[in-house]
Design a protein around this ligand. Sequence first.
Ligand code: QUE
Length: 341
Amino acid sequence: MPMTEAPESSLIATHEGAAGTILMNRPKALNALNQDMIRGFAAAIADWRHDASVKLALLEGAGGRAFCAGGDVRAVRAAAVAGDRAAVEAFFSEEYAVNAGIADFGKPWVSLIDGVCMGGGIGVSVHGSHRIVTNHAMFAMPETAIALFPDVGTSFVLPRLPGALGIWLALTGARLNGTDAVHAGLATHFTTREALPALRAALIAGDIGAVARFCEAAPEASFAPHRAAIDRCFGAGSIPAILAALEAEGTDWAREQLGVLHHASPTSLFVTHELLSRGAKRDLAGCLAMELALTRVVVNDHPDFREGVRAVLVDKDHKPKWQPANIAAVDQAAIQAMFKV
Ligand code: QUE
């Protein structure tokens, strides 16, 4: 036995049968993507795209609790606090290049999503052909809580979901279970955790048709009772109009949504609404370029991002002090000026 063991890699990319398999392997951090993992994705995509022995890519998260909780925003915050703009740029530009590389991978990109899937985890799955969720999946785009915005190409995806579902998910960070994710269009197939080993074995054997055999119809979405109210309120067209519509609604559900919105970064709410409006009119590449330009301003120059990550992930007091502190004080011209692309 060696005295010391090499630290285990945070991303394990290998060939198994007909598949290229990727295991996101940082279970204590819920497999949140760091720079090394992003570089591992980029290398695997480049290798496998033109390798005829790789019939499909299969993506999983280690540890049983998470697929991938997002990006390593603690590290991004540390870079921003240190004034290291180059590190911030490297992180997001390389992450978004991976998202684009998955979209044009050219063969099946199959994600087995059994646990937490947020932010960056959606980015490494949603642009692929097969997003298979289990009864233990939990999807969310929680970025407004840390004063970021829905990125990783979701400014392209979310405006294209049915009705106002995308803007609702983006603004509130609402959690979806596996069946919800299928009904929303973020996932493509529903199965059970118990079926995953056999499905995985069939995929390794190159049998992409196994997906249809092992998956089943998703039961009704938990948001179904609120679908009409979601479209009515979150489709209102602006942040002030959404708040007014929720207030007019007068239900417990609407009051709950208002509570969530009033806890989020006010700046982030306006940025997110504008981003999705613009994203509805652009292709994926245009959306990723818009997001990258926005990270430079939001992450490096605005105080809310570092404060949001501090409150949610560093100190965990969940008491962020936003600047400005409330929605009425947001300068809409300043929001428009944050969009450089
Ligand atoms: C918004 C986010 C993230 C978040 C929470 C938010 C995010 C992210 C994580 C996260 C959660 C648990 C971990 C971890 C990271 O939380 O991107 O390492 O153990 O990665 O409200 O965007």
